[in-house]
Ligand binder design. Structure first.
Ligand SMILES: [Zn+2]
Length: 347
């Protein structure tokens, strides 16, 4: 504990003495970096007497937080002072090269979404969109999920306004109905977007996440078209041939319904047990199936220009966040919506 107190005094004194960003960076490296003093303190814990370990561990973590906050604050202050000095014209030197503007970058979700859109566009798909605050009718009833249907309990819904039957959409599937109401088949489209569920957050669950819905409607559409399409998409995405398999799956808006797995594209990259599929060899990719006749009836019913007896279709929905995590090897979904620039600047 004595060593800790000394370390803290020394670190805070150095922080207080910083007058330039470069100095802050060196303080950060010396204490918080991979070979920094706090790491060394934490690493020394196992060699301490048992009763001291929790105390030292807690103190080291407190110091780490204190230093991080101190560094953030000092950075802000230096930046404010720099801007003020520049405005005052005090140290303006016209012979110096201009300061490089900070460049932003696209969010990883945006990057992968655009790639998905590019691939499906090249396959003749349109991109559709729908509201994030949705009527219960579109989010549930028209998708063959009536008010008393047990599958409503599968999805923990945020209700916005029960009187007006408004919900935060729990899936991108309501776009299916909205498009059917407005378009003349045949058509094919994807609808990427945000969806919301009132669930406990952990490394693989978030209250806000992203889906990509797919819908193809026409005459004579079959399961083979579905698997062929998704196989073609995945091959383009991973830039190699991929195997897929269908397992029976239940979703109220398709019949028959399937879960589609993809042969793990990461298995043979390194030896040992694959981190992504844990050695199983397959990765769950999406729910899919042939559009349920009740859903086609809800979307196209009562129209003279549509012959419901001849119409079939397939639909699929996959998680964009999971695809991003697969693509970049991320293990915590919460980072994607966390807004932490240190995370986002890596992309
Ligand atoms: Zn694998």
């Amino acid at each position: 504990m004595e060593a800790h107190a000394e370390l803290r005094d020394e670190a805070l004194a150095r922080l207080a003495a910083c007058t330039e960003l470069a100095e802050l960076r060196s303080v950060e490296k010396d204490y918080l970096g991979p070979e920094g003093a706090i790491g060394a303190l934490l690493a020394s814990i196992p060699s301490l007497p048992k009763e001291e370990r929790p105390k030292v561990g807690a103190a080291a973590n407190r110091l780490k937080k204190e230093l991080e906050a101190g560094l953030d604050k000092a950075r802000g202050e230096l930046e404010t002072a720099r801007v003020a000095a520049e405005r005052a014209g005090g140290d303006f030197d016209p012979s110096l090269p201009p300061r490089r503007a900070a460049r932003g970058s696209l969010h990883p979700l945006t990057k992968v979404r655009r790639e998905v859109e590019r691939i499906f566009s090249s396959m003749g798909y349109d991109i559709a969109d729908g509201p994030e605050v949705e009527l219960d009718y579109y989010n549930f009833q028209a998708l063959n999920i009536p008010v008393d249907h047990p599958s409503r309990e599968m999805q923990d819904t945020f209700y916005c306004d029960e009187e007006h039957h408004l919900v935060m959409r729990t899936q991108t599937s309501p776009v299916q109905i909205r498009v059917m109401e407005q378009r003349q088949p045949p058509f094919r489209l994807i609808a990427p977007g945000r969806v919301f569920r009132n669930e406990e957050q952990d490394a693989t669950h978030n209250h806000t996440f992203h889906q990509v819905e797919g819908l193809v409607v026409g005459e004579g559409i079959q399961v083979g078209h579905l698997t062929g399409t998704l196989k073609g998409f995945l091959a383009e995405l991973f830039q190699r041939q991929v195997q897929v398999r269908l397992r029976p799956g239940y979703f109220p808006f398709v019949e028959p319904g399937f879960e589609l797995d993809v042969a793990c594209p990461f298995c043979d990259e390194k030896g040992g047990t694959c981190r992504v599929c844990k050695g199983v060899g397959w990765v769950e990719f999406c729910g899919c199936g042939l559009v349920h006749p009740e859903v086609l009836a809800a979307g196209f019913g009562g129209r003279d220009d549509v012959d419901l007896d001849k119409l079939t279709g397939f639909a699929f929905g996959f998680g964009l966040d999971r695809l991003v995590m697969l693509r970049y090897g991320l293990d915590d979904i919460r980072n994607l919506m966390g807004g932490d620039l240190r995370f986002l600047e890596q992309f």
